[in-house]
Ligand binder design. Structure first.
Ligand code: NAI
Ligand code: MG
Length: 366
């Protein structure tokens, strides 16, 4: 049977960019003979409007069964006043939690045509292609004890960084597996100089490497030095693996090496399923962009590249992923820009649909 894909377009620009992804999926089916069993469902505010919950149990069950989930974006001002328990982002959080997606892959890839759009010099970023693997389900955002307590006559805010060996082990494996499909190089970042969890992190990553991935080149770096190196010469890296907190910061910084939020895909992977594929959710990094929703201005590339990641990591179709990435590269080289990619005056932006048209034309020519 065909590989299965659950599409959750969500809110705001989510459905607008997903329309263009659907065209790419149809193209891959028609022209490359790679058909998917696609089902669509609601998430976020759209699900709340229909069911009174941001993720229906049936949708959750479907997500657990399919080979991959592709999500647009959730949220919007219409839902800001809702109770926390039914807020749109809770739908996304539930997916991540119940699918136990512990490895968050955030590529920082710089298309040559956009190198001048980066906040760094062209030399430093042109052709950049790295991935940050951020541990997503543990660490200081979840560790106990936590809270604000009274101590003497003042209050103390407490969070606890906590990592078990198995949590470090599994995310390290995700990073090594990923590196084998790319440049075969992993840099692990922590602060073993000042943190106990950092000492354990370094030890476990090294052990996983020595036992099962000796062919992959491994280095260790303190996360603060890593932040500096990421800005100084990011091309020295291939895969970076780090904890939840450092990964949050480093991946946002790395994102800005490459330009616009409208360009950034992501994947969140969990444990391998019975068929050997990891549980997986693919989504653009951006949100529902209420400021431009409904105006046909959204850049569909982040969501299209998220589908390309699904082809690569869930469906073993790396060649087709490259084909899509090359088509994106071609339209950018041809000078096509959605509004978010325009820095200087005098360039006329194209619409979401026109960008989709151009990418399909580039695919046709590939
Ligand atoms: P946002 O990512 O939606 O927008 C930030 C800025 O970037 C806006 O100016 C927007 O117009 C622009 N932008 C984002 N994606 C774009 C695209 N594809 N093309 C062109 N421009 C783009 O973040 P913001 O404004 O902080 O949040 C808006 C809503 O989205 C909130 O309800 C927030 O909770 C939600 N959100 C959802 C996320 C998700 O679904 N994973 C992630 C981040 C925010
Ligand atoms: Mg962040």
């Amino acid at each position: 049977s065909n590989p299965s894909l659950l599409i959750l377009a969500g809110d705001g620009i989510g459905p607008e960019v997903m329309t263009q992804v659907n065209r790419v999926i149809d193209w891959i089916g028609d022209k490359r003979g790679l058909a998917f069993d696609v089902s669509e469902d609601l998430v976020g505010g759209a699900a709340y409007d229909k069911h009174g919950t941001p993720l229906h149990d049936d949708t959750m069950a479907k997500a657990m069964e399919v080979d991959a989930v592709l999500l647009g974006a959730v949220g919007g001002p219409k839902y800001d006043a809702l109770d926390f328990s039914v807020k749109p982002e809770r739908g996304l959080l539930r997916l991540r939690k119940e699918m136990d997606l512990y490895a968050n892959l955030r590529p920082a890839q710089c298309f040559d045509a956009l190198a001048d759009f980066s906040s760094l010099k062209r030399d430093v970023v042109a052709g950049l292609d790295i991935v940050i693997v951020r541990e997503l389900t543990s660490g200081i955002y979840f560790g106990e004890p936590r809270g604000i307590i009274h101590e003497g006559n003042e209050r103390v805010g407490i969070n606890t960084q906590r990592y078990t060996e198995s949590e470090i082990d599994r995310v390290a494996r995700s990073a090594f597996e990923l590196a084998r499909r790319r440049g075969n190089k992993v840099c692990s970042m922590e602060k073993a100089n000042v943190m106990e969890s950092g000492i354990l992190w370094r030890e476990v990553v090294q052990k996983v490497h020595d036992e099962d991935y000796p062919d992959v080149e491994l280095s260790h770096m303190y996360a603060d030095a890593g932040a500096m190196q990421l800005c100084r010469w990011p091309k020295q890296f291939d895969v970076i693996v780090t904890d939840n907190l450092f990964g949050d910061l480093l991946s946002d910084a790395a994102a800005m090496l490459t330009g616009s939020l409208g360009m950034l895909p992501s994947a969140s992977l969990g444990a391998p399923m019975a068929n050997g594929r990891p549980k997986a959710l693919y989504e653009p990094v951006h949100g529902s962009a209420p400021d431009i929703a409904g105006q046909g201005k959204a850049n569909p590339i982040a969501c299209i590249l998220s589908f390309a990641m699904a082809l690569r990591y869930s469906f073993d179709q790396g060649d087709e992923a490259v084909r899509i990435e090359k088509a994106v590269e071609k339209v950018l080289a041809d000078g096509l820009r959605t509004a978010d990619l325009i820095g200087e005056e005098g360039v006329e932006p194209v619409s979401t649909e026109q960008m989709g048209d151009a990418i399909l034309a580039a695919l046709d020519a590939s």
